[in-house]
Design a protein around this ligand. Structure first.
Ligand code: TPP
Length: 563
């Protein structure tokens, strides 16, 4: 790492120590490009004018996507970062602009996604003076600090390369979470010669070393386990090969809720469904949690003394949450598994196959879901049938989205995109545009309800402007369906505030010159989606639906341990 940091400083110095003077905005742009940033999602405005002017001169070195609302730019950065695992940035004006983007920040923070939030500011001397300067809010950097792992106000042009280097250092170490940088417009305009040697980064982060005693304890538990299970989360997205190897050696089933989808291919005989995991939780004796909080199982399904949990997590703070695991392995999941697997292989022989047992369980839940949540399953099946293996599916807070949490075959890492525990209504469509921008050749499908879709419908313009061939499927039930069902079922039919007035979505898309059709059945959806994906053009498919059966029984499962 020290080498990387030195390299960064050296490269920064080469650029900055040239004879040219750079202003703060140029220094910021240069530093971001130096770190390898090749795309920016943004919405301009007064306090960003010097920055956009700096971008103007550098247009051949990066791609710029401007959105129609700051949430759009921020969700696009989220989608790009989540689908690639690499840092992606958005830039917005301060105050209302940054607050418009803040739900995406919260989503990226919750879902452990490396998003860089760049914000303008009011002039340096006026910050926190309460003078009522345009876009002024008190302590924006303090607010941003609650939604990021590193938040910094850049006060001089010379500070820019160092702050950017610090920010990237944080992005590449520890738990991936957003970082935040702001620069006032007067600092952006201030010219500077970068002829001084840059100091070392203020904090050089290191990767944790795997604890060998804990590692041996994990091996001992796994060797003795009769019914081991593996749970994977977002922190295992890059360690699928290791998880598969370990699972095969132990013949342990692997389960993921949302963020861990695709770590192990759905078609793998050891990959099981969420409902299967709940069933097996009852008799599990050792559970290995890789890059997952193991939140639902521990808090809802229950724990007992005869269940030993081994956690692998990059964030040491996680080891204290909910309940203390029997074994704590702090570190990058791939690095820890690389150390664990050979130790385990030398201590126990590969076990006999349990594939048939798991496949039967899986088929039984699938069959049950095809019966009880038939409409959603048929829509999801239609999507799966035509979405290529490496295509992206972007979920939403809608009936088909919830069902996909319980069943949507995912074959590769990072292909199932979710807002995680924030459950951010309206994140889906703008996020899918970022997924597409970052993966131009991939097929990208976004599913939304009519409620959620309208949060970001203005970004239909962005899809057309940049020719992003996302296919948006909008399920139209003319209500906040999930809210209304709860009002009917749990609040005695006291329906209030949950009906919606909708546009004709086909006409809406057409008014942007976007291809659009209405589909009345899963079969029609299959055909329409297939042609839309083939056409490689932005498209919207409206699917009118009535009341749909609840998929929640497949997601929220009862307590089965410690009862
Ligand atoms: C940002 C945000 N606001 C509000 C909610 C609460 N919420 C969850 S689901 C939902 C209704 C969604 O309606 P729609 O998108 O039409 O999908 P449907 O339930 O009808 O399938 C609401 C309002 C939320 N999860 N996130």
């Amino acid at each position: 790492l020290a080498k990387t940091a030195q390299w960064r400083i050296k490269t920064c110095q080469e650029i900055f120590m040239s004879d040219n003077e750079l202003n703060g905005a140029e220094a910021l742009a240069e530093a971001l490009l130096q770190q390898g940033l090749d795309t920016l999602y943004a919405l301009p405005g007064a306090q960003l004018d010097p920055f956009f002017s700096a971008l103007y001169d550098r247009q051949d070195r990066f791609r710029l996507f401007t959105s129609r609302h700051e949430q759009g730019a921020a969700y696009m950065a989220y989608g790009a970062a989540r689908s690639t695992g690499k840092p992606n940035a958005f830039a917005v004006v301060p105050g209302p602009g940054w607050l418009n983007a803040s739900a995406a920040m919260a989503t990226a923070f919750g879902a452990n996604t490396p998003v860089i939030s760049l914000s303008g500011q009011i002039p340096l001397d006026l910050i926190n003076q309460g003078l009522g300067e345009m876009h002024e809010i008190e302590d924006q950097v303090g607010m941003a600090a609650r939604l990021s792992k590193y938040a910094h106000l850049i006060q001089t042009p010379q500070e820019a390369p160092l702050a950017v280097s610090d920010a990237f250092n944080h992005l590449s170490h520890g738990r991936p979470r957003p970082v935040y940088l702001e620069m006032p417009p007067d600092v952006m305009l201030q010219k500077s010669r970068f002829d001084t040697v840059l100091p070392a980064p203020s904090e050089v982060l290191t990767h944790p070393v795997v604890d060998t005693a804990q590692l041996q304890q994990a091996v001992d538990l796994l060797v003795k386990a009769k019914n081991p299970m593996i749970f994977v989360g977002g922190g295992a997205q890059h360690s699928g090969a290791q998880v598969k190897m370990l699972a095969e050696h132990l013949q342990a089933p692997v389960s993921a809720f949302r963020s861990g989808r695709g770590v192990v291919d759905y078609r793998d005989p050891l990959s099981i469904l969420w409902s299967n995991a709940h069933e097996l939780w009852k008799t599990a004796d050792v559970v290995l949690a890789v890059g997952t909080r193991l939140d639902f199982p521990r808090r809802m399904w229950g724990e007992s003394a005869d269940l030993k949990i081994i956690r692998i997590d990059i964030d040491p703070a996680e080891m204290q949450r909910i309940s203390e695991p029997a074994v704590k392995l702090v570190g990058d999941s791939a690095a820890v598994l690389d150390a664990l697997i050979p130790a385990l292989q030398s201590d126990c022989a590969p076990r006999t196959s349990r594939a048939d047992e798991f496949q039967q369980m899986k088929a039984a839940v699938e069959a049950d879901m095809r019966q009880k949540v038939a409409p959603q399953m048929e829509f999801l099946q239609a999507i799966r049938d035509v979405l290529p293996e490496d295509g992206f599916f972007v979920d939403e807070m809608t009936q088909v989205g919830y069902t996909s949490w319980a069943w949507f075959p995912t074959y590769k890492p990072r292909r199932y995109i979710t807002s995680g525990f924030q459950s951010t209504l309206g994140y889906g469509y703008p996020t899918s545009l970022g997924v597409q921008a970052a993966n131009p050749d991939a097929a990208v499908v976004s599913v939304s309800g009519d409620g959620g879709f309208m949060f970001g419908a203005s970004e239909l313009a962005t899809a057309m402007k940049y020719d992003l061939p996302v296919v948006a499927i909008v399920f139209k039930d003319n209500k906040f369906g999930n809210v209304q069902r709860i009002q009917r079922e749990r609040y005695n039919g006291r329906v209030i505030g949950s009906d919606l007035y909708n546009p004709d979505f086909v006409k809406l898309a057409n008014s942007f010159d976007m291809h659009s059709v209405r589909c009345e059945s899963p079969i029609e959806l299959r055909g329409a989606l297939d042609s839309a994906l083939q056409a490689r053009k932005p498209a919207l498919i409206e699917v009118p639906v009535g009341d749909l059966p609840s998929a929640w029984p497949y997601i929220v499962r009862p307590k089965v341990r410690g009862v």
